[in-house]
Design a protein around this ligand. Sequence first.
Ligand code: F6R
Ligand code: MG
Ligand code: MG
Length: 375
Amino acid sequence: MPKKTTISIIKCDVGSLAGHHIVPKPIFDVAEKNLKKASEEGVINSFCVFNAGDDLELLMVHEKGEQNHMIHELAWNIFREAADKASQLKLYAAGQDLLKDAFSGNVRGMGPGVAEIEIEERKSEPIVVFAADKTSAGSFNYPLFRMFADPMNTAGLVIDPNMLCGFKFEVIDTLEDKSITLKCPEEMYELLALIGTVGRYIVSRVWRASDDLICAASSVSKLSLIAGKYVGKDDPVMIARAQHGLPAVGEILAPFMHSYFVQGWMRGSHWGPLMPVGLKASKCTVFDGPPRIVALGFQVADGKIACDDDGNLLIADLFDDPAFATARREAIHNACTLRNMGEFEPARLSAEDMEYTTIQQVLEKLGPRFKPLDA
Ligand code: F6R
Ligand code: MG
Ligand code: MG
C-alpha cells in the first residue's frame, strides 16, 4: 500500500476580542500548546495555527486519513479548552460554534468546519489552504469553478495536455442532504445552473477526471441547518493541490485578483465583497467586515509541512502581496456602495436567505398586527 498523507483544516469560532473581530493571543496559545503536544506524541506530524477574523484555524498534517476519530477529537478538545479560556476572559460569544455538548467521533455536524484531503504525495506537493470570515460555505463555488473549469482563468486547461481531460465537481445540496458529481467541460452549464445558487449548492470536492486524483476540498457545514436557527456564520475553509497537471498556484490565486460578492456579512444577513488579505489584516472591522479571506501556501513532504534546517515551517502568506491591492480596493469601494443601500436588497440577503436569521423574531412580532386588505 503506498503511504498516504492527510491534510486537515478544522476551524471554529470559540470567542473573539472586541466583538466578532479577531482571535486573541491566549486562544492561539491554547491551540499551539495542544497541537505541539499532539505532534510530540506522534498523533500529527506538523501543524500551523492561524486565524481568519474571529475563526481559529487548525491546520494539521498527519497520516491518519480523513474523518479520523483521533484527529477530530484533538480539534474538538482544543476548541472546548479554548472556549473555556474565552469564557474566563469574557471574550465575546465564547463557544459560539460548539453546537453540541459531547463529542461523537467526528466534528462534522457539531459546529466546527472541516476540509480534508488524503493524498499520495507526488514528487513535489504544493498546497494552498484558504480560510474566510464573515461569509458562507457557497463562497468558494465561484473561485473553485474558475480554478478547475474556466479556461479564461486557468491557462493549463488549454495548454497542459494533462489537464485537457477536465475536472469532476462534487456538489452538495445542503437543503436536501444529497450530492451529485458533474464533469467539466461536458457538464459545465449544468454545474453552473446549480452552483450559482450559492446559498444552497456547495462544491465540496474536485478531482482530475483522467485519474480521479483529488485536487480540492472545501467545508460544507451550514450552522443554521445544524442548530435550526441563526448561530453565526459558516466561515468556510478550503484546500487545493497545485502544479504539474493541476492548476498552478498562480491559477489557484487568480480568481482573487478581483473582489466578488459573498453572503454572510453583518449578522449573517448581508451580501459583502470578499477581500483577500495577508494574515496581519485578518480581522473584521467595518460593519463586521468586509468579509475577508487568507491563503497559506506550503509544500507537503514526507507526511509533513516542509520546514527549514531549524525546523521552522516554510509557509507563504500568499495574499500578503500588492498584486491583490486592486481586489482590496474594489472590495472597499463595493463595500461603500452596498452600505449606502442600508437595509435594502440587494445589500441585504433575500427573504429566503434570511429564513435562519434573527429577523424572523422581528417579523413574528409584527404578525398579529397585519390586517386583511379590503376586497
Ligand atoms: C457573528 C458575526 C457578527 C454578529 C453581529 C451581532 O458571527 O459575525 O456579524 O452577527 O456582530 O452580534 P450579536 O448579536 O452577538 O451582538
Ligand atoms: Mg464570532
Ligand atoms: Mg467567523
